[in-house]
Design a binder for this molecule. Structure first.
Ligand code: MOS
Length: 736
């Protein structure tokens, strides 16, 4: 029904939306939604609508919602990296207190994994739990023990003896595996070649040819994955923590061959996802057990289990070759990226793909390839492709700037494309250079001494670095319902997911803005597959996709409900569906952009690196809520520090498992690691989105690790091309 024209986009922009909002504005608004913030315009700071519930504990998460007669499942994971389950000694465990059943490949319900999943990509068959005796990686689920209490289930699960026929495994990822790698189109084409790369490299005055690596990384949302399943009046009901209840409900319906209408998944509050919260082993295990026992069953993953069951970001080995004229103008840009995947599923970490849109060059070759190892299947993790890819490309740009004797920002200005460098398509909007100009001004970049290793402060060497950020601007079809209630309030119903981003609040503001009512007269219901089809919280597309549907519904309500009309007790409800409007969008290069700046201090005696300050300036569409938007950017930048200096999941080649698969062994940047971070933005409303939104969930991490690494070079004169830049690598003086 409702389609939204481009013309509406401009006219709905008002208030202080889209202007540069300073950090100061955002901070002073944290006192509450009082004073000028009360109305809740798009663009004005507004505290999260469920914030009070969250800080008082009233907001319940999937692992703590009470159910009558709830049984508890505990997963048993393989202790070998490859082989077969020969035997499970279930009798001993079934005799333990409270134990109700043990599910495994010999007795579990059959499921169907041969269906088409998200974005037309086949789902990871790892969700087909207990269907065979093969073990494809360390930490593969081999059994579920269900008991009356969580403690009984855990004790029995830990007591279960599983015997394996072991086979030799291979988890050794390295750049040297490229010879056996293969290209596969994932959510973008794997290999794209434009122009004669070798000829342009040969004609270049300066060539940078460097290899970069990034380690295996894990999402580690604060809230572990958890799901409770039960059969209720012939319907399967699942209470879960996920990034899209429709996504999970659809996959569960497919797996268990159920009518989609008979599956309901709810996920009201989510303590982070970062790409890891789709359909995974815990929901499938809970559904199997609830079906077998005919009572509610909950399965919660431990932190340690998340390291093999929640997906991860593959390690990457990348090679970048840049050829330029003496003045820095690029003739050739080659970016190749290699990632690992499991033996059961192909997942591409498209590390080279983002390079297709960044810089003009006469020849452009990009390729992402993968190699199969005996590891868990990697998955989407915040800025999949862009995060590791930007470390390589933006480090290489810094190396080229050094070699050409050009300021790194000026180098990017000289290679700014007028249209998509490979696609030839126009940009929706491209304000990368505006981000660099504003960032340089705010950071104090001008007058920087380009020489490395010459600034000292006591035992510290000081340096500054910069890098570019980009992330695609996506939108997924969504439906929404909007009810004008008889009491003068409004209810939005949309199957959105608020994974901590503040989506619920953003949609409240979007609706209030179109309806021209105070935000406290709008309530937003989300996180329930019964609400209908809508985008997942993924691809940084959630708020844009849902905001579009909410705007369309609100515009329709204003058209169909005259001002002052009597509203019947049941209210007046309108619905929207954005599929048609999205289908009519012209093809463009649609991206958010940003500039990242970092200052570091390096102690050459200990190898310690301290990030002293960071600044990110983003051109990421119209900012709906500066408070929660700043959280997104600063969160992404914090991930960038973490990626640059700390995070590294190390696989033990002997066992095939991870060393220290917990938050003690896998260090995520904590308060002591994170300095003052400023994030701000330039005016950049998306011309085709009815609200002007682009999406901000992922662009904040992109380029952040490169900015830190470039600052470490500026401090020390040593290039670090392997992440993380650990103290031992600093002491070793570079590639190690
Ligand atoms: Mo994000 S990695 O698209 O959930």
């Amino acid at each position: 029904m409702t389609t939204t024209t481009q013309g509406d986009a401009a006219t709905t922009t008002r208030g202080n939306a889209g202007g540069t909002t300073t950090q100061g504005d955002a901070d002073t608004a944290t006192q509450g939604n009082t004073g000028t913030a009360t109305r809740g315009n798009v663009g004005a700071a507004y505290i999260r609508v469920e914030g009070r519930d969250k800080v008082t504990g009233a907001a319940r998460y999937a692992g703590e919602i009470p159910f009558a007669d709830l049984a508890h499942g505990w997963l048993v994971l393989s202790s070998v990296a490859r082989g077969r389950v020969r035997a499970l000694d279930t009798d001993a465990v079934l005799a333990m207190p409270g134990v109700l059943t043990v599910l495994h490949h010999g007795n579990a319900p059959r499921v169907d994994t041969a269906f088409t999943g998200m974005m037309g990509v086949a789902p990871d068959p790892s969700t087909g739990l207990f269907q065979h005796d093969r073990v494809p990686h360390m930490g593969w689920p081999v059994a579920l023990v269900v008991a009356e209490t969580s403690e009984q289930a855990r004790e029995a699960a830990e007591a279960l003896v599983v015997r394996y026929d072991r086979e030799p495994h291979d988890v050794a990822f390295s750049a040297g595996r490229e010879a056996e790698a293969y290209a596969l189109d994932g959510h973008m084409p794997a290999v794209v070649e434009k122009g004669d790369l070798e000829a342009e490299l040969a004609a270049s005055a300066v060539v940078v040819d460097a290899e970069y690596t990034t380690p295996e990384e894990h999402h580690n949302p604060m809230e572990p994955h958890a799901a409770a399943a039960r059969w209720e009046g012939g319907r399967l009901e699942v209470v879960d923590s996920n990034q899209g209840t429709g996504w999970v409900a659809g996959e569960l319906a497919n797996l268990f061959s159920l009518d989609p209408a008979s599956v309901r998944v709810r996920s009201e509050h989510v303590g982070g996802g970062f790409g890891s919260k789709g359909t995974r082993a815990h929901q499938v295990a809970a559904v199997m057990a609830a079906t077998v026992l005919q009572r509610p069953v909950r399965v919660v993953l431990t932190r340690r289990q998340m390291f093999s069951l929640a997906g991860h970001r593959s390690p990457t080995a990348q090679r970048v070759r840049l050829g330029a004229d003496a003045d820095g103008r690029l003739r050739a840009l080659e970016h190749r990226s290699l990632n690992h995947t499991s033996t059961v599923h192909d997942f591409v970490e498209p590390g080279a793909a983002a390079s297709r849109s960044m810089y003009a060059a006469d020849a452009h070759h990009t390729a992402s390839r993968l190699v199969k190892l005996d590891v868990p299947t990697p998955t989407w993790m915040r800025a999949p492709g862009e995060a590791p890819g930007s470390f390589a490309l933006e480090s290489a740009l810094d190396e080229l700037a050094e070699r050409c004797g050009i300021d790194p920002i000026e180098l990017r200005v000289r290679n700014e494309p007028a249209v998509g460098p490979v696609s030839g398509l126009p940009f929706g909007s491209r304000n990368l250079i505006a981000c660099f100009r504003e960032g340089a001004r705010r950071f104090g970049w001008d007058g920087r001494d380009p020489r490395p290793g010459v600034r000292r402060e006591g035992r510290w060497l000081l340096g500054t670095g910069t890098a570019a950020a980009s992330f695609p601007t996506l939108a997924m079809p969504s439906t929404a319902a909007l009810t004008a209630e008889a009491d003068g309030t409004f209810t939005v119903r949309i199957n959105a997911a608020d994974i901590g981003t503040g989506a619920r609040t953003a949609l409240t503001l979007v609706a209030a803005d179109v309806l021209e009512v105070p935000a406290d007269r709008v309530r937003v219901r989300i996180g329930d597959s019964d609400l209908g089809a809508a985008s997942i919280a993924g691809g940084s597309a959630g708020t844009r996709s849902w905001g579009w549907a909410v705007t369309a519904a609100a515009q329709e309500l204003r058209r169909s409900l005259p001002q002052g009309a009597d509203i019947p007790p049941e209210g007046v409800t309108v619905r929207s569906d954005t599929a048609e409007a999205l289908g009519a969008l012209a093809r463009k290069e649609r991206h958010a952009f940003g500039s990242q700046f970092a200052e570091v201090a390096v102690d050459p005696a200990t190898g310690e690196i301290r990030v002293r300050r960071m600044l990110g300036i983003f051109a990421a569409g119209r900012i709906v809520n500066p408070l929660t938007a700043r959280n997104q950017f600063v969160g992404g930048m914090t991930w960038g520090i973490s990626m640059a200096l700390h995070e590294e999941a190390v696989r033990d080649r002997a066992s095939g498992g991870l060393y220290g698969a917990d938050l003690a062994g896998y260090h995520v940047a904590a308060h002591a690691d994170v300095p003052h971070i400023e994030a701000d933005w330039v005016d950049d409303p998306d011309p085709d989105d009815p609200v002007g939104i682009k999406g901000i969930g992922e662009v904040g991490i992109v380029g952040a690790a490169a900015a830190v690494a470039n600052a470490v070079w500026h401090a020390t004169g040593v290039r670090h091309r392997n992440l993380p830049i650990r103290p031992d690598r600093v002491l070793a003086g570079g590639d190690a």
